[in-house]
Design a protein around this ligand. Structure first.
Ligand SMILES: [Zn+2]
Length: 295
């Protein structure tokens, strides 16, 4: 299928709800894809309208995992029969218990064609008991790619290699360690978040970004309202010179065009990548050394 354009808008991203909108345009229709659906249908529709997306039929839902901030059960009664919900096979037991399998679902374990010309390569990464799917999405007609990784536990070499040099990288930057430690949260919750099966700190996220080396743009997802600040998260990316967008908890981001090839801007950054250590540990020019964890 010939594609005319593809673009991404993060409708909202926080522990209160995560949902990104991928709009893929062909000569005959606009295909609406939600990456995660952790907001109520009503709020999602309102944010889609605010983003200027006037196609209210959702064709595909691509789920990273099924935590309540990524899948809102209100969708069970709202999605049309034709909508395909793509979820990792590892999550089907939980999906069955929540009634999600009554919808048209596609369990995946390996790469698949979302629509002709748009290929999704999933990678299961550590997060709580069942893990989370991170995605590399290739737009074959444009030669472009989108990396999407949230609730990723630890930045592993496998994850970084999977998403290496995507054009646009959306990745979580959940918390500032100092704010997390100083917060009044109970110790078990801090341990869950920071223990390697929870979320990425700003420093872990920045280290992953440095290793992945996206060509054009970084979108920071899932910032903690209580334990992070946009200026702290973005500060770790200022030196690189690529666009950085911070997703908001309650308003749509700017659209990111995925139809634009980054080929022309690849060369200097490929050099930067070659200079970085390909080992279990990398160094980035930020105030503290950050570790890419081994598997
Ligand atoms: Zn989450």
């Amino acid at each position: 299928m010939q594609l005319l354009s593809a673009k991404l808008c993060v409708l909202a991203s926080s522990s209160s709800g995560n949902c990104s909108l991928l709009a893929i345009k062909s000569p005959t229709k606009t295909i609406t894809v939600l990456i995660d659906a952790g907001l109520s249908p009503r709020k999602t529709m309102a944010l889609m309208e605010r983003a200027g997306h006037d196609h209210t039929t959702i064709d595909h839902v691509l789920l990273t995992h099924l935590d309540v901030d990524h899948w809102n059960n209100g969708w069970l009664a709202k999605l049309p029969e034709s909508t395909v919900v793509h979820l990792h096979r590892r999550h089907t037991g939980r999906a069955s218990r929540s009634g999600l399998l009554y919808l048209k679902t596609h369990p995946f374990e390996s790469g698949f064609e979302l629509v002709p010309g748009v290929h999704v390569s999933p990678l299961l990464v550590a997060h709580d008991d069942l893990g989370t799917a991170a995605f590399r999405i290739e737009f074959q007609g444009f030669g472009t790619s989108l990396g999407y990784a949230t609730d990723t536990g630890r930045p592993t070499p496998k994850l970084c290699d999977h998403l290496a040099q995507v054009d646009v990288l959306a990745i979580e930057s959940n918390y500032c360690p100092e704010l997390q430690k100083a917060s009044t949260r109970p110790a078990f919750l801090k341990d869950r978040i920071m223990g390697g099966r929870g979320h990425l700190s700003n420093q872990e996220s920045a280290a992953a970004v440095a290793r992945i080396n996206p060509c054009r743009c970084v979108v920071l997802l899932h910032l903690s309202k209580e334990c992070n600040k946009p200026e702290i998260a973005t500060n770790l990316h200022q030196h690189v010179g690529r666009d950085v967008i911070v997703a908001s908890a309650d308003s749509p981001s700017n659209w990111v065009d995925l139809s634009i090839s980054s080929q022309n801007s690849l060369a200097p950054r490929a050099q930067a990548s070659a200079d970085s250590k390909i080992s279990a540990e990398i160094h980035i020019p930020v105030p503290r050394q950050t570790t890419i964890w081994g598997q």
